[in-house]
Design a protein. Structure first.
Length: 201
């Protein structure tokens, strides 16, 4: 489990979003120069034992690429293959194919951990997916503390267009979306309107 930051030295946020499977974690500037710099993480499990998920936008290294070729005999666009986190664990495929899904997430996202299904996914055309080697994990209460102290932004639910956009652009797009949703939430409480294009305001 991760244990890298002294959160007692940071000022806490006022809100405490609930972290559930399907939540999207977005690294803030507080995580610059760490393993999680500009990371976007899809939460796969959240229970009394802790929380774990996979990083969606860290490119695979040569070791991971070799492991994939050994596992499936496949080579493909490296954007589909990512380093899911610093902790060794199952290889997960994140995708939208119901027939190959083992676990269904919010937003029509499916998770698969069977190698034979990876091969089927790799052979499908026009299918969006990510193959993640490794996971990021937290002990009970640890991630919530990191969120409260400003290390992560948390989006309560993720969508396919968020998860499967180009990994190079994922962090900036997730930050932009989070910012707009936060402003909408504030203005909504005040019964005000936030235009899609501020220039039209």
């Amino acid at each position: 489990m991760t244990n890298r930051f002294n959160t007692s030295e940071l000022m806490p946020f006022d809100s405490t979003p609930e972290i559930t499977p399907g939540s999207l974690l977005i690294a803030t500037a507080s995580l610059s120069d760490t393993l999680f710099q500009q990371a976007v993480i899809l939460v796969l499990q959240s229970n009394e034992l802790g929380i774990f998920g996979v990083i969606l936008n860290q490119p695979a290294n040569d070791e991971i690429k070799f492991a994939w070729r050994q596992l499936t005999g496949q080579t493909f666009d490296d954007r589909f293959l990512v380093r899911g986190g610093p902790i060794d664990g199952p290889v997960f495929a994140i995708h939208q194919n119901h027939n190959l899904g083992e676990i269904e997430m919010p937003g029509g996202i499916f998770v698969t951990a069977q190698a034979n299904k990876f091969r089927e996914l790799a052979n499908l055309k026009n299918t969006h997916y990510r193959i993640a080697f490794g996971i990021a994990g937290w002990k009970p209460g640890q991630l919530q503390s990191e969120v409260n102290h400003g290390l992560w932004y948390c989006s309560e639910s993720s969508t396919a267009d968020q998860i499967f956009c180009d990994p190079i652009d994922l962090w900036s797009e997730a930050m932009d979306r989070h910012g707009r949703n936060t402003i909408r939430g504030i203005l909504g409480k005040a019964n005000l309107h936030f235009p899609d294009n501020p220039l039209n305001n």
